[in-house]
Structure formats: C-alpha cells, structure tokens
Write a protein that binds this ligand. Structure first.
Ligand code: PLP
Length: 396
C-alpha cells in the first residue's frame, strides 16, 4: 500500500515500534501453534524459549483459545480492579490457592510481573512499617522503577539513577546476604531459582538459614517465581523443592496462559492491610483482566490434565543426555529452565544465529550472555528435544 511508503512489515516494525534491543531477531510472525512459531516466509521454528517461560502449555492450546473466546463473548473490561465480582478472577484465585500452602490464600492480580513486584514491595513496607529491601546480585525482577532498583547489575541500573533508595544487593547463596538482614529490613526479594544469572539454584541450607533470619527479624521473605513457577522446575512451584514457604509469592509469565497477567500472593490478613491507611493501597485499571484470567485458568488446568509438570524431570534428563559437545562447558538446569554454558557471549550469539538458520529459536540470558537459554513449552516432545539438541550441537 502506498501509505506504507513501500516499507515491509519488518521495516515498519523497526521504524514505528519502540525498540530497546539494538539487534532484534525480527522474524515476522504469522502464527504460533504447539511448540512452533511460523513466519511470513512460511518457515516454522521450533520454539526453545516459549516466549521466555510464558507458553508452558504450548502456543494456541485449544482449551486456552476456547476460554478466551467464551470470555470475550461475555465481557471484557468492566471496572477497575477489585470493585466488581468477576468470575474469571475469582475462580482462578480460588484454584490457585488450592495448589498453594494455606498461608498463601489471597491473590492480587496485576498487569505484569513487574507490577506484581511493585505491589509486593509496597505491601512489605506497609505491613512491616520498615523501608529497607535486600535483593541479589544478578537478579532480574522487572523494568519499572521500583523493580529496577532491585536489578542486580550496575550496568543495567546505572543510567536510571536516582533509584528507589533503601535497597542493598548481595550475592545469592551468600552468608553476607543473611547477615545483612536486620530488624530494619522490610523484605528480602529473591528468585527461587535465579534465571537471568544463567540458572542458579539456591543451596538448601542457605534458604533455610535465610528463612530463619527473616522470621527472627520480622522481615518478609518474597520469592519471585515469575519465571520459574507453573511447573517449569519440575514442581508446580519452585519453593516446593526447598521446603520453604515465602510470605509473598510473585507470579507472572505463564500465569496468564499467553495473555498479560501478574500476581502477588500473600496471607489474607497481610493483603487486607492495603485496604486502609491509605485506602486503595494499590490501584490497577487492567490488572486481573477477565480475558487474561480466563486464559490463565484454562492453561493452569491444562498443566494438570496433561500431567505436564510430572514429565519435566524426564525431559530435562533427555536434554542433558543429548547435549554433548566439547564446546559445552556446562549445562545447568532446574527442570526445563536450562543454561548451556559456552566459552563466550560471541560464541553464544554465533550459535543462536546458526540455530535460527536451522529453524530453532532460542535466546541468551541478561546476566549470563555466555549461556544459551533453554526454556521450551513444557509440551515439547522427546522427538523435538532430540531435534533441538541435534541442531544446537551441529551449530556449535
Ligand atoms: N521477575 C522475573 C524473575 C522475570 O524473569 C521477569 C521478566 O522476565 C519479571 C520479574 C518481570 O516480569 P514482566 O516482564 O512481566 O514485567
């Protein structure tokens, strides 16, 4: 069309859609079904990252699509969050808490993971009356200004100073972090499994000791499971591996079944404090959108009905057994959250490019650019895992 000045969709994307990546992959997507993305040239790509841990039940699952269609027929947005009883929110919150420990019985739905982090920080300060926050080096919790203050890398936060004050950063798994928790600390925010650091697990004893210190000092322990929740690690929730229940749980990504949704989950008596002093302690127009909740609920039910979480361990093992190559320095994983460590970030980028040419779509990590990310839909089949590993090893 003349109106487009002869530019194709990719060129329009680069010209008119706000970019922050200096080199976006820029495939023109025309469809996504199951474990594959389709582009306008008619090629299909095996998706090894599932929209970054979002599409745990695969793309375009018929039950998710049907739930969205049915909800769209009923109503879309009707009122800002928390005033009207909307059954997709209520049913989803109810089913989620059935799968959580009794102390996590109240779900505040947000638009995104970052907004869940913001809400949780406010809740922790409001409930404890304290201001200090402890976070980890090489942690990622979102890109809004509060969440950005938690980001565990000076390169990524420096340009945006001054940041929210009162945040201290310490090494994950370190005694220094535990020692830094005092009676002045409102909350400690950690990823249950660090994702962007290149898949780092907490040491069992460290987490126990951290939990103990938080309890002793009246500090809320916040687990960010935005990336590692919903079966990704081989349990529905990452914290189930370590026998610790957080005071606040952060959810996002797969929570919405492919639509935007986040949540912070806490005990009702904590959450209730956001109703006073001030009233409306967190306000969101679109948080818990009925379409997102309908999609998320359908996807959550698919996780159970297709027993996807139960298959994660075997699929993880299969990846390990097939990812053999002299250039691979290590393969770290917790379930289907995996990092293939190579010699350098240059090697990662070159390998990802070759994989893309062979129709395999993957990515790197923010704080571990020398690692290839593997976080496929949990629906990935054994044949697809074999194919993916063949492409990766032949691209190295
Ligand atoms: N927390 C973690 C661990 C994440 O991986 C992300 C996003 O990648 C976020 C928070 C922020 O979520 P969102 O991008 O939905 O704001």
């Amino acid at each position: 069309m003349a109106y487009f000045c002869g530019m194709n969709t990719r060129e329009l994307f680069l010209r008119h859609v706000g970019q922050t990546s200096p080199s976006p992959v820029a495939l023109s997507i025309t469809g996504a079904k199951g474990n594959y993305l389709h582009d306008e040239r008619g090629d299909r790509y095996l998706d090894l990252i599932g929209g970054i841990s979002v599409c745990n039940v695969g793309h375009g699952h018929p039950e998710v699509i049907a739930a969205v269609q049915q909800q769209a027929e009923k109503y879309l947005h009707v009122m800002v969050y928390g005033e009207l009883v909307q059954s997709p929110q209520v049913t989803y919150a109810h089913e989620l808490v059935q799968h959580l420990p009794p102390s996590l019985d109240c779900v505040y739905f947000t638009n995104s993971g970052a907004e869940a982090v913001e809400g949780a920080l406010k809740l922790a300060r409001r409930v404890t009356g304290k201001t200090e926050v402890i976070a980890c080096n090489r942690s990622y919790h979102g890109s809004t200004t509060g969440a950005l203050a938690l980001i565990g890398d000076e390169y990524w936060r420096n340009a945006f100073r001054p940041l929210m004050p009162g945040v201290g950063h310490y090494e994950y798994n370190s005694q220094e972090l535990i020692d830094a928790v005092t009676h002045d600390t409102a909350c400690v925010v950690i990823e249950t499994v660090q994702a962007e650091a290149g898949v780092i697990e907490p040491r069992f004893e460290w987490l126990q000791a951290l939990h103990h210190k938080c309890t002793a000092t009246g500090t809320l322990l916040i687990f960010d499971e935005i990336q590692c929740g919903f079966g990704r690690t081989g349990a529905m929730w990452g914290f189930q591996h370590y026998g610790i229940v957080p005071d606040i749980l952060l959810l996002g990504k797969a929570l919405g079944g492919g639509l935007p949704l986040g949540a912070f989950v806490a005990a009702h008596e904590l959450m209730y404090q956001l109703t006073n002093n001030p009233v409306l302690g967190h306000i969101t127009t679109f948080g818990g959108h009925p379409l997102s909740c309908a999609a998320g609920l359908a996807a959550f039910r698919v996780l159970a009905s297709e027993q996807l979480v139960e298959q994660v361990k075997d699929k993880e093992q299969l990846f390990h057994s097939l990812l053999k190559h002299p250039a691979i320095k290590a393969v770290r994983s917790k379930g289907l959250l995996m990092a293939i460590e190579l010699e350098s970030s240059e090697m990662v980028l070159a390998t990802l490019q070759k994989c893309l040419e062979k129709k395999l779509f993957s990515d790197w990590f923010l704080f571990a650019a020398h690692c290839i990310r593997i976080a496929p839909p949990l629906t990935i089949s054994e044949e697809e895992i074999a194919e993916a590993c063949k492409i990766i090893t032949s691209s190295l």
